[in-house]
Every structure is written in structure tokens, then in C-alpha cells.
Design a protein around this ligand. Structure first.
Ligand SMILES: C[S@@+](CC[C@H](N)C(=O)[O-])C[C@H]1O[C@@H](n2cnc3c(N)ncnc32)[C@H](O)[C@@H]1O
Length: 229
């Protein structure tokens, strides 16, 4: 639902309540679009592989899956490429499903943090921090503070990946159902700049159905010229 005519602000409690009623399935975490999961993982895999084989590539020790849901990305994308994967997910039912969903490779799961990203403070160094379909739940202010914390928790050559819907209208679109926003491409670029994050690669997800938001992947590294704390 688009609320542009109403006063709208992101309400963390309301988002949590929304997700509390959603079943712990791929279709559930993808809002009924479970059928795009394979194409999504294929696109992410190409993007991640290109990062891991680039000059100054990150190591493959530890990745972090943020707003992990039931661990779809952890299982199919991150575990195959990293020694260990930590996750952040505030919904109790989702986080309790991750181990079973990941199954055979669950020994590669590291720490599971049950907390919202607005409060999450990374306490170890990560090679890749993957944020997908979750940043629209954070206010601009909290998103900036969070990205700065991520930036400061990267290992040498570490990379933050953001994979998010962007609006075609160029404006922020608000959804009161789950209390989230969809930002424009330009807004994301502005926020990355404010956080002293440099885009080293970006790519539009291919092979998604028509009629949904365009989805972009951004690979971000600290802009070492001028690190602002
Ligand atoms: C659309 S699902 C995406 C799940 C997963 N990233 C994937 O692609 O399979 C959004 C997820 O974000 C989580 N979420 C909602 N608000 C959050 C917040 N403030 N901090 C962290 N995660 C949040 C929800 O519980 C849900 O698991």
C-alpha cells in the first residue's frame, strides 16, 4: 500500500509485528515471490564470484547475513563460499528456523544475533556483509549509522554488499503494511557517500519478472581517503 498522502515514519515495532505473522518459508520471506529465489541466488552468485576473484579480493573466512529471514542467502549463497557465516535476524520464529533450514551445512553457521540492524553492533571482522531486502526497514538516520558500523567492522579487503529494490519513480515509496520504505537509486548513492563508502561494483539483477521493483546490487568498500567516524 502506498501511503504518500499520510504522515509516515518507520515504526520498528510494526515491522516486527508484520513479520511475526509470516510463515518461515521461502515464499514467506519473499512476500509470495518464492519463485524468484533461484534467479536471485544466481544473480548474487555471479556478483559475489566476481568480487571474490577480483584484485584485492576479500578473504573467505567470515560472512554476515543481515536481515537473514530463514537463512535462504546463508544456505545457498554464503555458506558455499565462506568458512563461517553469522546472521542477524530480529524475528524469533525465523531465527529459530535457520539451523534446520540450512540443514547439512549448519556446522558452518557461526553466531546468530536476534536483534534489529538499528541496534546491531558488529563485534568481529567480516570479509563480506550481505544486506538484502532489509534496509528499507531502517530510517535514513539509523541506516547511515548502521552502514558506518559495518564499514568499521570489515576485515582487510572486506566488502559490504547491498542488494535492494529501488523505485522507478526516483522518489521514496512508503508501505504502511510492513512499515518500510523503498528508496530510489539516487538516495542509496547519497547515503553511501555520506558513510564514506565507495562503490567498486554495481549490477542490476537480471531475469526477474516484470512489474516488480528493479533490484540493484552494490559492492561497497571504505573510502580510505577520508574516514569519518
Ligand atoms: C523480505 S525478508 C528478506 C529475508 C532475506 N534477506 C532473504 O532475502 O531471504 C526481510 C527480513 O528482514 C527482517 N527485518 C525486518 N526489520 C528488520 C530490522 N529492523 N533489522 C533487521 N532485520 C529486519 C525480517 O524479519 C525479514 O526476515
Amino acid at each position: 500500500m502506498n501511503d504518500n498522502n499520510e504522515v509516515f515514519s518507520i515504526n520498528y515495532k510494526k515491522s516486527l509485528q508484520y513479520w511475526a505473522d509470516i510463515p518461515p518459508t521461502v515464499d514467506g520471506v519473499l512476500g509470495g515471490f518464492g519463485f524468484i529465489s533461484n534467479a536471485d541466488i544466481e544473480g548474487s552468485e555471479l556478483f559475489l564470484k566476481s568480487l571474490l576473484s577480483s584484485e584485492n579480493a576479500p578473504s573467505n573466512n567470515v560472512a554476515l547475513d543481515c536481515g537473514a529471514g530463514i537463512g535462504r542467502i546463508t544456505k545457498y549463497l554464503l555458506i558455499p563460499h565462506f568458512e563461517s557465516v553469522d546472521v542477524v535476524e530480529p524475528d524469533e520464529k525465523f531465527i529459530n528456523s535457520i539451523k534446520e533450514y540450512v540443514g547439512e551445512v549448519a556446522s558452518k553457521l557461526g553466531t546468530l544475533y536476534k536483534v534489529g540492524l538499528q541496534e546491531f553492533v558488529p563485534v568481529r571482522k567480516y570479509d563480506v556483509i550481505w544486506n538484502q531486502w532489509v534496509l528499507g526497514y531502517l530510517t535514513d538516520e539509523d541506516l547511515e549509522a548502521y552502514l558506518k558500523r559495518c564499514r568499521d567492522s570489515l576485515s582487510a579487503n572486506g566488502i559490504i554488499v547491498v542488494k535492494e529494490n529501488v523505485t522507478s519513480s526516483g522518489k521514496v515509496e512508503k508501505d504502511s503494511t510492513d512499515s518500510s520504505v523503498t528508496r530510489s537509486f539516487k538516495q542509496y548513492i547519497k547515503i553511501f557517500k555520506k558513510c564514506n563508502l565507495k562503490r567498486i561494483k554495481q549490477c542490476k539483477q537480471a531475469n526477474f519478472p516484470n512489474g516488480i521493483y528493479p533490484v540493484y546490487m552494490f559492492a561497497l568498500v571504505p573510502n580510505n581517503k577520508e574516514i569519518e567516524k
